[in-house]
Design a binder for this molecule. Structure first.
Ligand code: FAD
Ligand code: SIN
Length: 512
């Protein structure tokens, strides 16, 4: 057994910023970060557009950002949370800058502010089209300088050690030695990010398998709003079903137009904001256009834009298109909606506390009430930064008298067992992802959801039996977690009665 004061599961923006703060505040306490891949591998690293923050109150206002967030969330945001998160933006941005993150400016001290769907003003602070990469670089560098933080990469958290709604730490698989370590911690933070690979067709990297949500569910934490899956309208269309390269919404903010293959600028028919309507509206409109035409994709037309300025703002996107044989000065970029973000997750209060004692959640795996039925673009990094700070402030005040007694914690049973064949798991995963794409996508139908539920319940039982009888591996547990989260998405989609924001459900008789 290994003792630590703070166990952080995940090394994206949520986990790392909390780690930096708590390690500084308590230099004599042990902070341990476990993460299942390279330390920098995360959704954070791939964030392109930037962070939505009101930086210039002569051009913009908190009130406008609050209203944009509430409109986007379609009546389901918690307005106190929205106000709290948005008004704290500038402080959290200054911290990132102090930690060494660099953001694009026009003149000294004046940020080059991008625009994205649903925003009434230019307010997205960014580092070219690689904002997440820059943030992850800077905060990981800070973490690596702290003597009381240990980062354990290739360590996969299997399950929380929890009983009677209390959390004592987690069981963690060292993916290199195959050892399962029992971490006992005073406080545990789930910062495990998104769920994209439940769909396969996603902008998320392969680490996004919903592990934290599944672990919290098994520990009986409350999980809500799982039906609110955000599909990004413009992932680069390629033949494979796997992680998709994102064409940032900031490209539409820069003036790009969406067209069908016949050059119709169709978004004008759906919303007066056209390409800059909120993400749910643009994705649903593309979905409808593709169903009408039978085409595989729509196109993003950048041919009328200033090429030199485009390359300066979006060097990574420009290069990636070029690699795919797309010359953006002449060719349209083929794009298609793909799963991008989960608005729901583990329910937390304004201090990031779950309803399990001493268990906290932060970032994309949490459900704070900020996003409601649909997240406003670039509000996610902001949410993670603000809540990491909230959890830090809360834990800086509580003393260790909260420490729980761990009387009878057993080690994970390490009896030698057979390994499930990788091909079996790969086929199982593909079947599951297809079921999610077909039955729980942008537009859902009641009968499809009910059928999917029946299948998922069976698969869940099958996987649980396999987990008991075979050797535990990352791939096996990821699949179990994905099916658990898939079940939650489908169940909560069945339960939701009205269509809101990113959630659209019809009766089967209306199926196109
Ligand atoms: P992540 O950054 O995903 O980190 C999760 C961490 O948990 C990873 O280190 C992972 O390896 C680890 N982990 C997961 N499960 C386990 C386990 N079982 N054991 C151990 N470790 C585990 N948002 C914006 O606000 N602005 C943007 O411009 C923007 N652009 C985006 C572009 C792309 C392509 C994508 C995919 C997302 C974008 N988002 C953007 C969303 C935003 O990046 C994420 O929501 C945010 O970074 C999530 O941060 P996080 O710390 O919660 O999770
Ligand atoms: C993008 O750059 O389009 C992604 C922004 C986000 O997900 O907030």
């Amino acid at each position: 057994m290994v003792d630590t004061n703070y166990l952080i599961i995940g090394s994206g923006v949520a986990g790392l910023t909390f780690a930096i703060k708590i390690a500084d505040r308590f230099p004599n306490k042990k902070v341990t970060i476990v993460t299942k891949s390279n330390a920098d591998e995360s959704n954070t690293k791939y964030a392109q557009g930037g962070i939505a923050i009101v930086t210039d109150e002569t051009q913009d206002s908190y009130q406008k950002h609050i209203e944009d967030t509430l409109i986007c969330g379609d009546g389901l945001c918690d307005s106190d949370v929205v106000k709290m998160v948005i008004t704290e933006g500038p402080k959290r941005l200054n911290e990132l800058i102090e930690w060494g993150a660099k953001f694009d400016t026009i003149t000294k001290g004046n940020f080059d502010l991008g625009k994205e769907g649903g925003h009434s003003e230019n307010r997205v602070v960014h580092h070219k089209d690689q904002t997440g990469y820059e943030i992850e670089r800077a905060i990981l560098e800070q973490v690596n300088q702290k003597a009381n933080i240990t980062v354990l990469d290739y360590h996969f958290a299997l399950d929380l050690i929890a009983a009677n709604k209390q959390c004592f730490g987690a069981y963690v698989l060292n993916q290199k030695t195959k050892e399962i370590i029992t971490f006992l911690s005073d406080y545990t933070l789930l910062a495990t990010g998104g769920i994209g690979h439940i769909y396969g067709h996603t902008t998320n990297p392969v680490i996004a398998t919903g592990d934290g949500i599944a672990m919290a569910f098994r520990a009986k934490a409350t999980i809500e709003d799982m039906e609110f899956i955000q599909f990004h309208p413009t992932a680069l269309h390629e033949d494979s079903i796997s992680s998709k390269f994102l064409i940032s919404e900031a490209v539409r903010g820069f003036g790009a137009h969406l067209r069908t293959k016949n050059a119709n600028r169709f978004m004008l028919d759906y919303d007066e904001r056209a390409e800059l309507a909120s993400r749910d509206i643009v994705s649903q409109s593309i979905d409808l256009e593709l169903k009408k035409s039978g085409d595989d994709c729509v196109y993003l037309d950048c041919t009328h834009l200033d090429l030199a300025a485009f390359v300066k703002h979006f060097p990574m996107i420009y290069d990636r298109c070029k690699k795919n044989g797309i010359d953006i000065a002449r060719d349209w970029i083929p794009v298609i909606p793909a799963q991008h973000y989960l608005c729901g997750g583990i329910v937390v209060d304004k201090n990031g506390k779950t309803d399990i004692k001493n268990l906290f959640a932060c970032g994309e795996c949490s459900r704070t009430g900020l996003h409601g039925a649909n997240r406003l673009a670039s509000n996610s990094l902001l949410e993670a930064l603000v809540y990491a700070d909230k959890i830090y402030n809360y834990l800086a005040e509580v003393s260790f008298e909260n420490k729980l007694e761990y009387s009878s914690i057993s080690e994970w049973d390490l009896a030698l067992k057979a390994i499930v064949k990788p091909e079996y798991l790969a086929t199982f995963k593909s079947k599951f992802q297809l079921l999610m794409r077909q039955n729980a996508g942008i537009v859902r139908y009641d009968t499809d959801l009910l059928k999917a539920k029946e299948q998922l319940v069976q698969w869940q039982i099958e996987l649980e039996i396999i987990c008991k009888n075979y050797q535990i591996t990352t791939e096996l547990f990821e699949l179990l977690n994905m099916i658990t989260v898939g079940n939650l998405i489908v169940q909560q989609s069945i339960e939701r009665k009205e269509n809101r924001g990113g959630f659209v459900k019809y009766e089967y008789s209306n199926k196109i």
